[in-house]
Ligand binder design. Structure first.
Ligand code: C5P
Length: 242
């Protein structure tokens, strides 16, 4: 019988929810962190805040608040530049960063002495579907592309992948628990919004499929009561790992 894909990693339940702080500036992001209080322990800070200025002051502030931090800047450049960027990020108390899943980039990023900083490769953006891949000139299907990129990520020394919950199960089946699987595109059923995410699922389903962590942005940020929305997701996660 196939082993359960559900995460076996020793991760505190409340750290499995990563909240994406896609907000216009650091003060709006701080206000959201204050509002969420101890309901959230792990935050993702991405491109929007990076472009707003004060990015690393904000990251330092988060680390000082005893939060874990995922710097999601999806590095994509020549391998030497990506390696140098990862090196600069290491030592700032950040837990995760992202790179695009091309071989040379993954190999360069994974070769850096990076302490506790985990390097995650983006397999296929969860906002892309079959039609988008056709437009980009990929002739294989999403599922095959995710699996082949994840396999390469593991071989080349990356710590994990960012992957939709739809592929998480197949990742577990083919690669066991050797890679961290971080899953965005999460839409709690009672909070469904129409937006750009195409390959979506609920928190519980993502974990049952094998995610180690989920990334949630708009369903918390845009909720009437973000703290309540985060707490509801934390309760759902606790239910899966009970
Ligand atoms: O608002 P929403 O829950 O869709 O936010 C998802 C977050 O995850 C965004 O910050 C987005 O950049 C990120 N992400 C994603 N798909 C990936 C990688 C990251 O949606 N493949």
């Amino acid at each position: 019988m196939a082993l359960s894909p559900t995460s076996r990693k020793n991760i505190p339940d409340e750290e499995r929810l990563i909240v994406a702080l896609d907000l216009p500036d650091a003060s709006a992001a701080r206000a959201m962190v204050d509002r969420l209080g101890d309901s959230v322990r792990f935050y993702k800070v991405g491109l929007e805040l990076f472009m707003a200025g004060g990015y690393f002051d904000f990251v330092e502030w988060l680390v000082g608040q005893d939060k874990r931090v995922f710097c999601d800047l999806k590095f994509f450049d020549i391998s030497a530049t990506v390696a140098a960027a990862v090196k600069r990020l290491a030592g700032r108390g950040v837990s995760f960063t992202t790179i695009h899943g091309n071989d040379a980039i993954m190999e360069a990023a994974a070769s850096v002495d990076r302490g506790d900083l985990k390097v995650l490769a983006v397999t296929v953006l969860t906002s892309l579907d079959r039609g988008d891949l056709d437009d980009l000139g990929f002739r294989c299907d999403v599922h095959d592309l995710v699996l082949s990129r994840a396999r390469r990520a593991l071989e080349l020394g990356c710590d994990g992948v960012v992957s939709s919950g739809l592929e998480a199960r197949a990742l577990r089946e083919s690669l066991d628990h050797r890679l961290l699987v971080v899953t965005p595109g999460i839409r709690p059923v009672d909070n469904r919004v129409e937006d750009d995410q195409k390959r979506v699922m609920t928190p519980a389903r993502a974990f049952e499929n094998g995610a180690d962590y989920i990334v949630v942005g708009r369903p918390i940020r845009n909720a009437a009561d973000p703290r309540q929305a985060a707490e509801a997701i934390q309760a759902e996660i606790a239910g899966v790992f009970r």
